[in-house]
Design a protein around this ligand. Structure first.
Ligand code: FAD
Ligand code: NAP
Ligand code: HEM
Ligand code: FMN
Length: 1065
């Protein structure tokens, strides 16, 4: 029986235009496919088409007897340039047949092999450029790959040198192609009457067309006037006859095909190289394996043509990159006669069917549950050959498949092997997540890398942990400048010993600690350079001590340490002889099994490979009150050991390195130094979720910065500002006006804006944490400048009873200064600023689904505003939550999306049931899961049930999103089991979610047996409570189990079916 093909709701005349993502169309198609499933119909301005999203349908449509290539929309517009050239020809046009038969032999294996030397010529230009740039230069690889691909194509097929590497701008040809193609897509989606009125746009379109045509025409005329003997593609077209018809291509047809090759043959290959670079760097072990293979095959010699066939791993990387990121993202076919697809969907002859390779290539039915992962191993050792037929189709299918495939393959093999042989690459922003740019083909947007020669010495550079921070760093007169200061002071004749402080950090804590050590270094006789761990991959210096501060994430390294750890793990013994190191690890006791895993691994490997451990690793727990004290102790031991091991000249710590000069002018405020608009999201809604008298929770909706996308379950990182109240407290204590401008100068690296006039208010607002507990070192510094004995004694006591007097009440430096008259502790504002850690980002679970609105994301936050632990009469304000809570519609916020860890996303198959436990604002990500299922259900998909255990205090006070949850229950996607901790009588006597779990255990066990996935979100106490109650359920079913056995069995049963996202404030 025929089943209607689902279709998103249409608007009269324009159809589904509003559901299209005009910037990156495949993003829109991916979301629609999530919502509507294997197939859906869309209608753009009266033109209907069908989107094909699964392997099974792709396979069915890969049958030339029933389907033929369809040329419509933008491709028809592109015929203004390509006409009946190979790519844009209709099947039946005679020139397609002639060109196809003439040119196929030009791409046979021997012909391509003969092009190797020309290809290498251009590849060398790329390598030379990157080498000359040096290790700290930020490279836009896509631009350089485009230069290489365009020039290679022109040289190999037309014997023409375009010399794109000799211009700073992108080649004009490339820009004109890009503008022309973009406009083809717009024209295809514009009503003709509107098109006719857009005279400026039309003029530009025809101007671009004319320019491109003239380029090809000149190549053609030049060759006719100056013939050469080489058997290149142009000569084949000029001089050969079609064996079947005896006809030659007309001049006009030759020019169209020249253009076709120039256009079709460079963007796709350069995109492929760019995606490979991204995937390899995101998965450092694959990059290392590739380098190993290239080294083994070439033995260090220049890459030769005979090496290419031996790069088996590289080939697997190429296949896997093209699977995940097919740069030609879709192809269209149409049924020759009316058909019924998959035995149920009727499609009329002539209807365009768009095969979405970005979706079919990720179909779990072929690629398994890890279909979204980059795993080259699935493409080698016979596995590629064993794939089901037509599962991998980045080059199209049948007679209209890509003619340039062998050309692109050889070019990419050569370029990528040569790059891997010569450079260590790293992402300029370690937290960069793939963002797409789509024209005729797809490329990564904003991908930036650094390339360091594999044989060179150490070159550290500081690349801040968060996507948000690098921009800040750049605008804050940048780290590089600060580290130059260090070098300058060294060269100036002082006897500072080199030192390297390296960090692996996602949210900035380890980075701030590393920076603190680097700041103090000059005082102890060291010139510290600050850098990410990744920046030291392959090159650990031996001319000074190395201090590493690093975190772990689910047992894995932070984003900017992944390459380093991978390298370290791959070393052989004694390769690190001469390296002297000390390590401080940041961790959290919630991650019991992987506590401090990365710092401890570093410590072990550095030593086992011959490094000398300078002191025992310091291990701090970020959730524990004594975190800073543990760090202080480590730092003080560090300086002690270093002063014994190295000959250094020390100076007084409090007076060196950081100066502050007031400036008279009240000029433009320092907030002009904030990050560029591209990362600024806009607040749309900020509303209260709780009733008066209850702890405040709020719903905040943002419009994301342009081009930023997210998956359900991801986080939003926010760079907050301190509460103005606390900034004012500092100004009052130091008796300065809030209009005060200052110039900061620093000898060591700093994340404050130096050497330019800035507003002190802005620095205090946005660049430093004001409420962290004072460290023992801070207390020592304050003692040093205390003017009365009684104050000195009090500060001494705080040090000796640090836990009770500082950590328990969380007394900050500011709190302490406020306790005494300013004449008692004569601390300068400069030293105060230097004591403060730099502002950290705060992460929040996104509580919406992109199926609801891909450009908007919501947060559900709990506002930290409670009586201060230091003084019950004062109120403590959490920085991030209060900053967010005060935002109004229209405010702009610095933000970035971060992928969530540990599979905290809705299952790929929406029919999989879910059991979720959430308390308070822990509902955030689960709300996104439910919203996603609701959207899918409303679109006609079969969705599995979500059984939600939700904990709050009271049904009337803080039952957040109650109405919406009720709506989703009504819709049939949700079943809520609340637990009201302060009104358990209203929730079947259950106080907490774990009590409700016990109460409803039979339902839970049934759903779990029905293959449900389990998710827990909230504080760690909730996760512990749920897991121990679940173990009790197992015990109650099998009383022979001990508590330990029950826990073990639970872990086994839950394996792969359970994910938590917990964090305590
Ligand atoms: C992955 C992840 C996802 C998260 N998702 C969410 C979410 O969806 N919603 C949400 O609301 N939160 C979420 N959080 C928590 C969030 O990131 C912040 O930690 C939280 O908002 C508190 O930050 P803050 O800046 O307001 O407080 P901060 O300024 O960071 O203050 C917190 C510190 O102050 C201390 N403190 C607490 N009370 C007092 C007091 N009375 N006196 C003195 N000191 C005190 C605490 O011990 C803590 O060290 C998430 C956290 C993570 C890691
Ligand atoms: N992705 C994430 O990691 C993420 C996302 C959002 C929130 N969070 C975290 O989740 C926590 C929730 O904060 P909130 O202010 O929103 O919550 P809340 O309102 O303080 O608490 C929510 C409910 O949980 C109950 N509860 C307290 N102790 C419990 C326990 N041991 N077991 C089960 N339930 C318990 C509370 O009961 P009583 O107060 O009556 O005891 C209350 O009913 C925070 O620590 C936050 O950082 C994490
Ligand atoms: C990674 C690189 C490349 C990819 C992913 C790619 C992909 C594709 C795809 C999917 C098609 C079929 C389009 C359709 O069915 O509508 C195609 C066709 C074509 N490609 Fe490529 N291509 C690549 C490189 C090249 C190169 C280097 C050239 C030229 C040297 C080239 C020239 C062509 C031509 C001329 C066609 C049209 C063939 C015809 O219809 O007869 N391509 N390509
Ligand atoms: C999602 C997530 C996973 C974590 N995993 C671990 C872990 O496996 N082991 C550990 O010791 N700490 C873990 N932590 C705690 C962090 O390492 C710790 O908070 C650290 O201070 C963060 O440092 P950073 O700010 O420099 O990134 C995790 C924290 C989060 C948010």
């Amino acid at each position: 029986m025929s089943v209607p093909i689902p279709q998103p709701p249409r608007i009269p005349f324009i159809g589904n235009v509003h559901q299209m993502d005009t910037d990156v169309p495949i993003n829109g198609f991916m979301l629609l496919a999530k919502q509507y499933g294997e197939i859906f119909r869309i209608d753009i301005l009266g033109r209907g088409s069908v989107s094909i999203n699964t392997y099974a349908l792709q396979q069915e449509l890969s049958d030339e007897k029933r389907f033929r290539k369809f040329l419509g929309g933008a491709m028809v517009e592109a015929r203004a340039l390509g006409g009946d050239g190979l790519f844009t020809a209709f099947d039946e046009e005679p020139n397609w047949g002639i060109a196809h038969r003439l040119l196929m032999p030009a791409f046979n294996a021997i012909a391509i092999r003969d092009m190797f030397n020309d290809m290498q010529d251009l590849c060398d230009q790329l390598l030379l450029k990157w080498e000359r740039f040096g290790p700290e230069h930020i490279i836009e690889p896509t631009e350089d790959y485009t230069r290489a691909a365009l020039d290679t194509l022109a040289l190999c097929t037309m014997s023409l040198r375009l010399n794109s590497f000799y211009t700073d701008d992108q080649p004009k040809f490339g820009t004109a192609v890009s503008d022309f193609i973009k406009e083809c897509f717009f024209r295809a989606n514009r009503p003709s009457i509107l098109q006719a009125m857009m005279t400026g746009t039309n003029h530009k379109f025809y101007e671009d067309r004319q320019y491109l045509w003239s380029v090809a025409e000149n190549i053609f005329k030049e060759r006719k006037a100056n013939p050469i003997a080489k058997k290149d593609l142009l000569n084949i077209m000029l001089h050969s006859e079609d064996s079947k018809t005896g006809q030659r291509l007309s001049d006009d047809a030759i020019i169209k095909n020249l253009l076709t090759f120039l256009v079709a043959g460079h963007e796709t290959s350069s995109g492929m190289l760019s995606f490979m670079t991204y995937y390899l760097l995101r998965n450092p072990s694959t990059w290392r394996k590739l380098q190993q293979e290239v080294d083994e095959v070439t033995g260090g010699q220049r890459v030769q043509v005979h090496h290419l066939g031996k790069f088996h791993y590289l080939e697997a990387v190429m296949r896997e990159s093209l699977r995940l990121a097919p740069t030609a993202p879709a192809r269209a076919v149409t049924p020759r006669e009316d058909v019924v697809l998959n035995g149920k969907y009727s499609v009329k002859a002539g209807t365009p069917c768009v095969i979405q390779a970005w979706l079919t290539h990720r179909d779990p039915a072929v690629w398994g549950p890890d279909a979204n992962e980059f795993r080259p191993e699935r493409m080698m050792d016979g596995k590629f050959e064993a794939l089901p037929p037509n599962a991998w189709q980045p080059f199209g299918f049948g007679t209209r498949a890509c003619i340039g495939r062998p050309f692109a393959w050889q070019e990419v093999l050569l370029i990528m092997s040569s790059v891997a042989q010569k450079f260590d690459l790293s992402l300029a922003d370690p937290s960069y997540l793939l963002d797409l740019k789509q024209e005729l083909s797809v490329k990564p947007r904003g991908l930036q890398i650094r390339a360091r020669l594999r044989t060179s010495g150490p070159h550290l550079y500081a690349s801040p942990s968060s996507q948000l921070l690098p921009r800040a760093a750049q605008s804050w007169s940048n780290y590089a400048k600060s580290s130059n200061h260090v070098e300058q002071s060294n060269h100036a004749g002082t006897s500072l010993v080199p030192m390297y402080t390296l960090y692996g950090s996602n949210t900035g804590t380890s980075e701030a600690f590393a920076q603190r050590i680097a700041n103090s270094a000059p005082a102890y006789g060291f010139a510290a350079k600050l850098g990410t761990l990744d920046s030291a991959t392959g090159n650990l210096p031996t001319d000074g001590p190395i201090v590493i501060v690093t975190a772990s994430y689910e047992g894995l390294p932070a984003d900017n340490a992944a390459q380093f750890i991978d390298w370290l793990t791959s070393l052989e013994s004694n390769q690190l002889k001469g390296v002297r190191f000390a390590i401080f690890g940041c961790g959290h006791s919630d991650w019991v099994k992987t506590l401090h895993k990365i710092p401890l691994l570093c410590d072990r490997l550095l030593e086992s490979h011959g490094g000398e451990r300078l002191l025992a690793p310091g291990l701090g727990l970020s959730g524990k009150g004594n975190f800073f004290e543990v760090f202080d102790e480590f730092e003080s031991n560090l300086w002690k050991v270093l002063s014994e091991k190295y000959v250094v000249t020390q100076s007084h710590f409090a007076s060196i390195g950081f100066e502050i000069t007031p400036v008279d002018t009240v000029a433009t405020r320092a907030n002009t130094l904030r990050q560029p608009d591209t990362a600024l999201g806009t607040v749309k809604v900020n509303r209260l979720l709780t009733q008066p008298g209850h702890a405040i929770k709020r719903h905040i909706e943002f419009e994301l910065p342009a081009g930023m996308t997210y998956r359900t379950g991801d986080y939003l990182s926010i760079l907050p500002q301190n509460p103005p109240r606390d900034v004012q407290r500092v100004l009052t204590r130091f008796n300065v006006s809030n209009e005060q401008m200052v110039v900061l100068s620093s000898v060591g690296p700093t994340s404050l804006p130096t050497d330019q006039p800035v507003s002190l208010y802005q620095i205090l607002l946005g660049y430093v944490e004001l409420s962290q507990p004072a460290t023992t070192q801070d207390l020592r510094i304050m003692s040093d400048v205390a003017t009365t004995d009684s104050t000195r004694t009090a500060l001494k006591e705080m040090r000796s009873s640090y836990q009770a007097k500082i950590l328990a009440p969380r007394l900050s430096v500011l709190d302490i200064l406020e306790k005494y008259p300013s004449s008692d502790i004569k601390l300068s504002l400069g030293i105060f600023l230097r004591m403060l850690p730099s502002m950290r980002i705060r992460q929040y679970s996104i509580s919406s689904s992109p199926l609801w609105n891909p450009q908007h994301a919501t947060l559900s936050i709990s506002v930290l505003e409670s009586p201060s632990l230091a003084d019950k009469n004062k109120v403590f304000l959490g920085v991030g939550s209060n900053y967010l809570s005060k935002l109004s519609a229209g405010d702009r916020v610095q933000m970035s999306v971060r992928a969530s860890h540990g599979g905290f996303h809705p299952p790929e198959d929406p029919s999989t049931p879910i059991i979720a436990f959430a308390a308070g604002s822990g509902l955030a990500p689960i709300r996104g899961f439910i919203e996603e299922r609701a959207m899918q259900k409303r679109s006609g998909r079969d969705v599995g049930k979500i059984m939600l255990f939700f904990g709050c205090r009271d049904p009337e006070g803080d039952y957040i999103y109650k109405e919406q949850l009720d709506e989703w229950v009504e819709l049939g996607v949700l079943d809520v089991r609340p637990a009201f901790s302060r009104a358990p009588e209203k929730s079947s006597s259950c106080k907490y979610v774990q009590d409700r779990l016990w109460e409803n255990r039979d339902d839970v066990v049934d759903l779990f047996e029905d293959n449900a996935q389990v998710f827990i979100c909230g504080s760690s106490r909730v996760a512990k409570g749920v897991m121990s109650k679940w173990a009790e359920i197992l015990q109650s079913n099998d009383p022979s189990l001990s508590a330990e056995e029950a826990t073990k069995r639970l872990e086994e049963t839950m394996q792969g079916r359970y994910a938590t996202d917990v964090f305590d404030v």
